[in-house]
Design a protein around this ligand. Structure first.
Ligand SMILES: Nc1ncnc2c1ncn2[C@@H]1O[C@H](COP(=O)(O)OP(=O)(O)OP(=O)(O)O)[C@@H](O)[C@H]1O
Length: 633
């Protein structure tokens, strides 16, 4: 059952592993990209290939025709052929221009569509990955890596196509022209092939590691910048600007160094290729010059040969370079597939059915759970949150309260025991139906890009505007929403920065009200609320708790006192449970002890004096409780 826990780290993006890429992996990855996407682009590819072959053919033709230009026009003085040769040359250039345009636009279209496809696919996949993945992955870094890598998938395909269909075909055509014109000279020129291939293979190896490191450092840098700007208030409050600037500056330097290293390695190909080409061209000219001067050979053949040789140099250099570029694209594509190949966790079990909630009783039965194998967080925990009642969970920080709430929503799977809703094991029902039956108000409300109305509507997508406004009214949010510049249609800033903590909290309560779910999970906010808005939030929560099974991680004394049932956790175990009065009655109990020692401030409780109704005195210790309560009045 153990699922999306740190084990997913194995597939996490931060692993700094060196890729064991073999050259056939390029073929494997390209085959996979083609198998997954190729079918939809067949006609686009056919058109692009026709264009690329036209480019190659016209290029070879311009070299070929040079022999007739020299021999027929200049050497034999055939004026009648001038028009024909010039027209055919002009036609070749026109065709080449149009074909180049056609292939470039088609390839760009395929490439852009591929990028869009992979972006959609990645996001859909990310939404399905378990919480364990997000525990291990920094969101800014992830976004930067996706952005950087997704282009690699596009480049890999377009580079392959361009290099194979245009450059390889051009090269073959031009070599054919060379061989037909002069086989001996061709052999001489082709001698530079083996050292060039050796240089490419050597450089590719060097480049592979540098590329992966560069992607990782760049995404770390962009992620760090994003985190610094997101936490700008803390940065300023703690005057962290200089420290962060220094840290970012180190990352910037590292990224700069990697980029320089990549440039040095990949650009090394240019001087190597130039030297080899210079060797071939000067060798050919020397030999041809000898034949022309000593043997008196007409210049046409040699001229056509040299034209073909010079024209062949470009595609040959590009083909060599494309190998280097492909190496980078391959690293990018592999990193994309590392994310896509991560198994989504907490999938629905085979034969999972929809959860049917009648009363909404939630039962935790002998739960055991830990985020890591050898660090249990919850141990043999059993209790029942009665249908339609409020159950408060209290316990010291780190006792496992939030973990409990996460398990009920199946963010993680339990290691042992069962959680059931109305007798149905939650691991055997669909996640969608389970989460559909739960409305969750988190301690730190999260607002998404969009308007206030959109943010409330995320509770239930088919909610009408009327229902949204009614929910906002119940959450005591309607008034401040109407005071916003565009009312309900006001765009919220990033995570609602333009709203106060209390306002954000009330919007998230409105979202939960709109959901209209039978089970309510509340992680009470203790911060960011002034007395007035806290009272309003309390009142709003009171509204929606009516008649629903509510499990609340209680921080306020009033919530605990008024709860129907209190569950006290200690180091992941059930320490005791009962009502406030029952728990206080046991003077040696954990709850009473904390209450006594800390006068109501213990157990993570907040002293919200104005809210607390004085409980009936039942035990001597309760006198202290009352004292606290009374002093609040
Ligand atoms: N995502 C996580 N990965 C690993 N360990 C975690 C994770 N979340 C929580 N823990 C650990 O699990 C234990 C219980 O944490 P939990 O958040 O459930 O406590 P809590 O009772 O809600 O605390 P608080 O009142 O401070 O929010 C802690 O020791 C914590 O370090």
């Amino acid at each position: 059952m153990r699922g999306a826990r740190p084990k997913t780290r194995n597939g996490s993006l931060n692993a700094d592993k060196a890729p064991q890429t073999k050259s056939r992996e390029i073929a494997t990855v390209i085959r996979r990209i083609l198998a997954e996407n190729g079918r939809d682009y067949v006609w686009h590819y056919v058109f692009a290939i026709v264009c690329l072959v036209a480019v190659a053919a016209t290029t070879a033709f311009t070299a070929w025709i040079m022999r007739d230009v020299i021999n027929e026009i200049f050497y034999r003085q055939r004026g009648d052929l001038v028009a024909l040769i010039c027209l055919s040359l002009f036609a070749a250039f026109v065709i080449r221009g149009l074909a180049t345009y056609g292939q470039a636009v088609t390839l760009a279209k395929i490439g852009n569509n591929l990028v869009a496809r992979y972006q959609r696919r990645l996001f859909d996949h990310l939404m399905r990955l378990g919480m364990g993945f997000y525990n291990d992955t920094r969101s800014g870094r992830l976004a930067a890596q996706i952005n950087e890598n997704v282009n690699g998938v596009r480049d890999l395909l377009s580079m392959t196509l361009t290099s194979v269909a245009r450059d390889a075909v051009s090269l073959v055509g031009l070599i054919a022209v060379m061989v037909v014109q002069d086989p001996f000279l061709s052999l001489m020129s082709l001698l530079i092939g083996p050292p060039l291939i050796y240089a490419v293979v050597y450089l590719m190896k060097r480049l592979r590691r540098a590329t992966r490191e560069a992607v990782q450092i760049n995404s770390r840098l962009i992620g760090a910048m994003q985190e610094a700007t997101q936490g700008i208030a803390i940065v300023k409050a703690f005057t962290m600007e200089d420290v962060l600037s220094r840290r970012i500056s180190e990352l910037v330097s590292a990224a700069e160094q990697r980029a320089n290293r990549i440039a040095r390695v990949s650009e090394r190909l240019n001087p190597i290729a130039e030297i080899l080409a210079g060797f071939a061209v000067s060798g050919v000219i020397a030999y041809a010059g000898y034949r022309a001067t000593v043997a008196g050979e007409p210049p046409g053949t040699i001229f056509a040969f040299i034209t073909a040789l010079l024209l062949a140099y470009d595609p040959a250099r590009r083909l060599a370079r494309v190998q280097v570029g492909m190496e980078r694209a391959l690293v990018n594509a592999r990193m994309i597939y590392e994310i896509l190949d991560l198994e989504p966790q907490q999938g629905d079990s085979a034969g999972a059915t929809a959860l049917h909630v009648k009363n909404g009783e939630v039962r935790f039965d002998a739960i055991r759970f830990g985020y890591a194998e050898d660090a249990p967080v919850l141990r043999d925990l059993s209790f029942v949150a009665a249908a339609g009642k409020t159950t408060a969970i209290v316990g010291a920080s780190g006792a496992g309260k939030s973990t409990l709430v996460a398990l009920l929503q199946r963010f993680y799977d339990v290691d042992a025991g069962t959680i059931s809703v109305d007798g149905q094991d939650i691991s055997k029902v669909t996640k969608k139906s389970l989460r559909g039956a739960i409305a969750y108000v988190s301690q730190q409300p999260y607002l998404f890009e969009g308007t206030i109305r959109d943010n409330i509507r995320y509770g239930r997508l088919d909610a009408t505007d009327g229902e949204i406004e009614q929910a906002a009214g119940l959450a005591a949010a309607d008034e401040f929403i109407r005071q916003q510049p565009q009312g309900y249609d006001t765009e919220v800033g990033e995570n609602g920065v333009t709203l106060s903590g209390g306002q954000r909290q009330r919007l998230s309560i409105a979202r939960a009200i709109v959901r209209d779910a039978p089970i309510l999970l509340l992680d009470e906010a203790t911060s960011a609320l002034d007395n007035e808005s806290e009272a309003r939030v309390q009142q709003a929560l009171g509204e929606i708790m009516q008649g629903r099974t509510t499990i609340v991680i209680a921080h306020r004394l009033s919530t605990v006192v008024n709860a129907d049932h209190i569950v006290v956790l200690e180091e992941g175990r059930l320490a005791e449970q009962g009502t406030h009065a029952q728990l206080l009655a046991d003077a040696d109990g954990v709850y009473a002890r904390f209450h006594r020692l800390q006068g109501g401030h213990g157990l993570g409780l907040v002293d919200d004096r104005a809210e607390v109704e004085e409980p009936a005195p039942q035990a001597p210790e309760q006198g202290r409780g009352r004292k606290t309560a009374r002093s609040k009045a």
